[in-house]
Design a protein around this ligand. Structure first.
Ligand code: GLU
Length: 335
């Protein structure tokens, strides 16, 4: 199949998947009147958002199952999208899911978008870790993924992360996937794009021999690959997904954790999973335990001042072992 034809087929499959991932506010179509809306203390972010009548959320636009823009409707669909809508319903009342304004947030944009107010929240396969907690805060986790590897179905040479040494491997800048890859396969030749769908294209046409990131993201890409890719199922990290918010907004973080706790208990979380990731054949796990970590005393410190040697914030490159070569692919070169 020609590259162009494969691309068109992939887009069509993604669109179909996206359509299957629909699921609008659990059928809640009515809008709550102002008087019936949840009440929040004056001065809180929840009160401010409610008064503004909208919440801006950064999410992925090209990850089947989590956040995928449906090219037909223009709407973004997936588990992360559903989580964001449930949060909005707890701010605005029934029908609040319609008040979410989604913005595409690729991996390296997540911290800056939160910090500069482009978005109020990021719900975007966003791993909670200490380096990121230096610059943003997290509610959650609401899901725990694991990093894994995707190769061509015909490939029998790669069976573990160590096998990536010396090979051309694609991942995304500003992700934990890049950091973990460099730590576990230090002599891999790393190609970086800004999205995983571009890595999938590079795998299709042989620019790389493997793609590595969270198993859940790869599962969506495998499903969309027309039976040409496979997931190794050799996980090598834990990736607890959190809702990213501005650092130091403790009342908002508590509210978000309370909301997650409610939807874990009332079945909305499982329903959202079934309508999205469930369609990829994934079985709903138990919701994870929330981590209501204590507020840090370094609310104004930057990632650079942190304890971690590497940081994913703001697109800052992780430290690169001398033996590792890197190709930073421009986002426009992969069509
Ligand atoms: N969960 C990982 C991260 O937050 C990888 C997936 C992604 O880049 O969205 O970096």
């Amino acid at each position: 199949m020609s590259k162009r034809r494969l691309l068109i087929t992939s887009v069509a499959v993604l669109a179909l998947l996206g359509a299957a991932c629909g699921g609008d506010n659990n059928g809640a179509k009515t809008t709550t009147s102002r008087a019936q809306q949840p009440k929040f203390a004056a001065g809180t972010t929840m009160a401010r958002l409610q008064a503004a009548g909208r919440i801006k959320v950064g999410t992925k636009y090209d990850q089947p199952g989590f956040g995928l823009r449906n090219p037909t409707t223009g709407k973004v669909e997936g588990f992360d999208v559903e989580i964001a809508k449930r949060v909005a319903e707890h701010i605005f009342g029934a029908g609040g899911g319609d008040k979410v304004e989604f913005t595409e947030a690729v991996s390296k944009n997540r911290e800056p978008y939160i910090q500069n107010g482009t978005v109020d929240l990021v719900v975007a396969t966003y791993t909670i870790n200490d380096a990121r907690k230096q610059v943003v805060d997290f509610a959650g986790p609401y899901f725990v993924a694991k990093q894994d590897i995707m190769v061509k179905k015909s490939d029998t040479s790669i069976n573990s992360v160590a096998d990536l040494n010396g090979k051309k491997v694609c991942t995304v800048s500003g992700s934990t996937s890049e950091k973990n890859l460099r730590a576990k396969a230090p002599t891999a030749s790393v190609t970086l794009f800004d999205t995983y769908s571009k890595c999938a294209e590079a795998l299709t046409d042989g620019r790389v021999v493997a793609v590595t990131t969270d198993n859940t993201i790869l599962a969506g890409l495998v499903q969309a690959s027309n039976d040409t890719f496979k997931l190794l199922e050799r996980p090598f990290s834990d990736e607890p997904y959190g809702i990213g918010l501005k650092k130091g907004d403790e009342a908002f973080r508590s509210f978000l954790n309370d909301t997650l706790e409610k939807i874990f208990k009332n079945g909305d979380w499982a329903k959202a999973f079934g309508a999205t990731l469930g369609k990829l054949g994934l079985k709903a796990p138990q919701p994870p335990a929330l981590d209501r970590y204590a507020a840090s005393a370094t609310a104004t410190s930057t990632a650079a001042g942190g304890t971690s040697a590497t940081t994913d914030s703001g697109g800052t490159a992780s430290t690169t072992p001398a033996s590792t070569s890197t190709t930073v692919a421009s986002s426009t070169t992969a069509s």
